[in-house]
Ligand binder design. Structure first.
Ligand code: HXC
Length: 512
């Protein structure tokens, strides 16, 4: 037995070396952690249990016959993060470039299914040249099973992808099917690389400009977090998970909290009373949530809307907020898709929604209309209306027209609507309204400017206040800005047992 155990240990030790010392050293030279180091950094120490270390391919073509491919290029297993179980797969670039052969993909899909069976999050650390070319359609078919399983898991357990190296070709669709993508600045994602693009369209672009982390944050909206390096990506993954439940049947963990709901007089000073003056909505969020701790999602994409996770008295909340310092916080195509996706994630995983409103409307323009603002803006209406988690709207200042409705209004099922005294709930801004309603009066007036100012004032004092909306029950209470945290904490407490039953159906049809 001793000999057999010694042999077993030696075999395991050998396989854990992946592509061998030289390739491991090259990986480190590139500033990347190895597949196993990533797992060790991510999980609580000593909790990793590996599955399929001895898994082997069965290919015979293109030099594969008898070729040793340790763990078939992917380390899979289970372990804990902050004491909570997760399942994960980590591609090993030192083994055939982390390419996904048939067995590689089956290992990934197997561990995903285990995540589903145990109701635990799935984390996929990507570092791969894509489908293993030598294995032809076997590798293609393997990836197909991964995609299918991604969809099975969707909405049942959280799925997080880390992109820590190449993620090329169709392989990029697995991360795209997961809930969050954390991409390091040392990685690239694309369906077709610069070479193919040059051949097909003649466009010249570097791999970094095409599929680097900044491109996918600022331009495509494909990723959700940008990390300097692997260590930061793994930290972000742990942090993100801390806000989430293990599955859709659980509530998010409530972390220890103090009962502090003291007024914050700074809040009222951050937001200018003049509706056209900008400010950073993140200062308002920071002044309300526990320890000012806000994990912003897609920070660099559609910056006119801010979404992310925070806590109020230890409870996870998903925050959606217009950003008046960018495009006046207007809703456009990209902001609508960004927010709608986030709302749907929160709803799937029982995370209450808190919406801060300061919105002048939907963005006018030919590009927006032809870009499908009707279709994309409708996603906001759909996502909020379909969400059955507790929904709280806080109107800070402007809340005009369709955008008022689209930001989780009472009519879209908000359970509580609070308004600050600066709130203006109106069909449109007073300036625009007088142009439509009083054009003739203004033209007839001797002093047109004075008449216009008078009418704007009149319209604003009649309609652009929270009192009319409160009078119509569209606002539950008008609150002092300093007390916003207390009101939110209480509403979240009272709404925790909220149950809302919808008619049975296969699924709704969000306008895609
Ligand atoms: C098999 C692969 C591979 C792949 C890389 N390797 N990608 N082997 N299948 N898809 C191997 C290389 O041959 C090499 O082996 C080792 O991994 C390291 O690769 P290098 O090229 O030396 O590394 P680097 O210079 O860092 O470049 C990394 C890379 C490049 C940018 C990822 O390897 C590359 O462009 N690979 C092909 C990417 C691609 O076109 N994938 C699409 C596959 S088809 P040796 O032994 O020489 O060290 C596809 C269809 C969709 O994805 C499938 C459905 C999902």
């Amino acid at each position: 037995m001793d000999d057999l155990v010694a042999e077993l240990r030696q075999k395991k030790e050998h396989l854990r070396q992946g592509g061998g010392p030289d390739r491991l050293a090259k990986q480190k030279e590139q500033g990347k952690l190895t597949a196993r180091e990533r797992i060790d950094t991510l999980l609580d120490p000593g909790t990793f249990e590996e599955f399929g270390l001895f898994a082997q391919h069965r290919q015979v073509h293109f030099g594969m016959a008898g070729k040793e491919v340790p763990a078939d290029g992917v380390v899979t297993g289970a372990g804990s993060i902050d004491g909570r179980l997760v399942h994960l797969a980590s591609q090993d670039f030192t083994v055939l470039g982390g390419s996904a052969g048939e067995i590689h993909s089956h290992k990934v899909a197997d561990v995903m299914e285990m995540a589903l069976r145990t109701g635990t999050p799935f984390i996929f650390i990507n570092d791969s040249g894509g489908a293993r070319v030598q294995e032809g359609i076997d590798s293609l078919s393997g990836y197909g099973r991964v995609f299918y399983t991604n969809v099975e898991l969707s909405g049942a357990v959280p799925q997080i992808s880390l992109i820590c190296g190449p993620c090329a070709g169709g392989a990029a669709y697995s991360p795209a099917l997961t809930d969050f993508i954390i991409q390091t600045k040392r990685s690239q994602m694309f369906i077709t690389g610069p070479q193919v693009i040059r051949q097909v369209t003649g466009e010249q672009i570097t791999a970094e400009a095409l599929g680097g982390a900044e491109a996918h944050m600022g331009l495509s909206g494909v990723n959700h977090f940008v990390a300097e390096n692997d260590e930061e990506a793994l930290y972000l993954c742990r942090r993100l998970l801390s806000f989430l439940p293990a599955n859709n049947l659980e509530d998010p963990p409530r972390v220890p909290f103090d009962n502090n709901v003291d007024p914050n007089p700074e809040l009222g000073k951050i937001v200018p009373v003049e509706p056209k003056q900008g400010y950073d909505i993140r200062d308002v969020i920071g002044g309300i949530v526990d320890q000012g701790d806000f994990l912003e999602v897609q920070q660099g994409y559609a910056r006119n809307i801010v979404v992310g996770f925070a806590r109020i008295l230890g409870r996870s909340v998903g925050i959606i907020a217009n950003q008046p310092s960018v495009l006046s916080g207007v809703l456009d195509v990209n902001a609508s898709t960004k927010a709608s996706r986030f709302i749907r994630f929160c709803n799937a995983f029982n995370i209450s929604l808190v919406t801060f409103v300061d919105v002048p409307g939907f963005l006018p323009g030919v590009a927006q209309e032809h870009g499908g603002i009707i279709r994309h803006g409708a996603k906001m209406l759909f996502a909020y209306s379909a969400a059955t988690v507790p929904k709280i709207q806080v109107i800070l200042r402007k809340s005009y027209g369709g955008a008022h409705l689209a930001m989780c209004s009472k009519d879209l099922g908000a359970d509580r609507v609070f308004a600050w005294p600066t709130a203006e709930v109106a069909v449109m801004g007073a300036e625009g309204a007088v142009e439509i309603v009083f054009r003739k009066e203004m033209e007839a007036a001797q002093d047109k400017a004075a008449k216009r100012a008078e009418l704007i004032d009149q319209y604003r004092s009649t309609f652009s206040t929270p009192y009319v909306a409160a009078g119509r029950r569209l606002v539950d209470d008008i609150i002092e800005p300093a007390d916003t945290r207390r009101h939110l904490a209480q509403a979240l407490e009272y709404l925790q047992a909220k149950r809302e039953v919808r008619p049975p159906k296969k699924h709704g049809l969000i306008p895609l």
